[in-house]
Structure formats: C-alpha cells, structure tokens
Design a protein around this ligand. Sequence first.
Ligand SMILES: NC(=O)c1ccc[n+]([C@@H]2O[C@H](COP(=O)([O-])OP(=O)(O)OC[C@H]3O[C@@H](n4cnc5c(N)ncnc54)[C@H](OP(=O)(O)O)[C@@H]3O)[C@@H](O)[C@H]2O)c1
Length: 288
Amino acid sequence: MAAATDSVSDADARAFAHARDFLCRVPGLAAAIPPSVPSGRPMVTLTFAQSLDGKISRTDQRLLLSGSESAAMTHRLRTMHDAILVGVGTVAFDDPQLTARLLPPAEIAVAHHPQPVVLDPHLRTPLGARLLSGPRDSPRLRMPWLVAGPDHDRARRAELERCGATVVVVDDCDAAGRPRLDAVAAELHRRGIARLMVEGGARIIQAFLDSRLVDLLLVTVAPVLVGSAGVPAATDVDASSPTIVPVLYEQFGRDVVMAATLQHARNPSLCMGDARQQPCRRHVLDTP
Ligand SMILES: NC(=O)c1ccc[n+]([C@@H]2O[C@H](COP(=O)([O-])OP(=O)(O)OC[C@H]3O[C@@H](n4cnc5c(N)ncnc54)[C@H](OP(=O)(O)O)[C@@H]3O)[C@@H](O)[C@H]2O)c1
C-alpha cells in the first residue's frame, strides 16, 4: 500500500517538475515581459484544451479534456500570471475555481494565486458560484473581479458585491453592451495586471483571437474525439489576423501541448532568442 502511495507521489513529482521545466522554456513567461508587448496593456496568454476534432467542451455536460500532467502544467502556468480571465458562460457552465491547486504540496501554501477575472457584461455570475465561496476558505485566494458594461442591473451588482465580488465597470462597449477587449485590457493593466491568462470559453477565445491582444498561445490537444455534441474552440475567427509561430511542442502524458507566439501587424513578434538560456524567475512563490 505504501509503495503504491509512493509511486503516485513520484508520478506527481515528475509531472510537477516537467511542468516547471517546460514553462521555463516558453519565451516571455520565465523572464521579463518582452518589449514587443505594447505598453498600457498586460501581456496576454491565451490557453485552452481541445479534442482532436477541435472541441473544447460538450454542449450537454461538462467535459474534462486535460490529463493530470497537462492539468499540472496549466496550474503552474496560472502561478506565472497576475490574473486569469474567463467569460461568464464558463462560470455558469463549469463553475470553475480558477486557483493554482495542482502544485507540489510544499508550494501550495505559499504559491501566488492569480486574480480571477470574469467578463460578465450584464452580471450573470451566479451568486452560488465557487469563485465567490472558495476564497472564504483561504486568505490567500482572491475574490473575483467581474468586468461589466455600464448598463448592468444595480440591484444585481449590490448582491454580487455583498458576496465579495468587485464589479469593474468599463464604459467603452460594443453594440451588445459588452466591454471592448482593448478597454478591458487597459483597465486591468491600470489595476496592476501585467500578465493576463485567458482560459476561455469558446466566445472569449474567439473574441481574444480577433482582438489582436494575444501574445502567447498554449493549446493542449487531448487524444479524444467529441463529435457533434462538442463546442468548437472558435467558429469564425479572422484567420488572416495573426501569424502563429510555434515555439515548443511537448508531450504531457497522453496530451500534447503547443506553445506559440502570435505576431500581429501592430504587435510584432515576441523576441524568441534561445528560451533555454533564460533565467526562470517567475514560478512564483510569494514568500519567503
Ligand atoms: N477546454 C477548455 O480549455 C475550456 C476552458 C474554458 C471553458 N470551456 C468551455 O467553454 C464553454 C463556455 O463557452 P461560452 O462561449 O459559452 O462562454 P464564455 O466564452 O466563457 O463566455 C461568453 C460570455 O462572455 C461575455 N462576454 C464578454 N465580453 C465578450 C466578448 N467580447 N465577446 C463575447 N462574449 C463576451 C458574454 O456574456 P453576455 O452574453 O452576458 O453578454 C458571453 O455570453 C463551456 O462549455 C466550457 O466548458 C472550455
């Protein structure tokens, strides 16, 4: 029995070390923010997991695509960002915690947990969401910021604020009343977010790809076919927009992770250099 437990720990330890090693080699993560990231907004990492047929979830039930090794990579990646952003559709469907939990036990107590941010123009975040209850269990976890447009329901806002959320109002909106991503990025930067990790869902992935704000893309591909019940990662993305420059491919258990930089007309390439030579300084332990 003890041997079995030990071997699970060894496997976990290997997965944690692998995640750390891989992310150290991704340009722009381990070292300083590349100068090619425009000032006035965070560096943006877009990350998601997809099936072999390009689906990120199912319409009828929750779907866990990442295996434990790539999930550990994603949690390590979270510690390397100041904030994690998802759309309110993901909060409603998946009820995520958006914390960095899959870390070596010695690190969990001191790990940096990023600020959860929900793009929630009309304040649809459920009052019972785990994002609102989870931080009560740990002083290290942060209450979410809900990014809303100006036309939200004031009573709803008061309820969410009573639950501990901070409502961040962005006035610059599109015709549907959704804050423009440029303006969201600028507001988050103003609030101290230098590195932003965007984790989905489908509409947010598409909106960010179209926005030309994405600097780094990390996609986990799981050897699974989802079929017609699946939600595609992006249905109508402007494919002419970015040039995608794959940087690294890595196998994590049964999954493959691709890290790529995105070059936009007004966002020239991140400086690649030899990523292996970069010091790995942001893994990130707040203390001691
Ligand atoms: N595999 C993965 O890595 C992964 C990760 C996360 C989520 N998911 C999956 O993604 C699915 C949820 O995707 P989803 O598309 O329904 O929801 P979503 O992308 O999480 O959120 C969409 C909502 O965000 C709001 N929003 C704010 N700004 C927006 C903008 N510029 N463009 C579009 N929407 C904006 C809108 O709310 P209003 O309509 O109120 O305006 C919109 O309905 C779930 O099935 C989840 O499991 C998968």
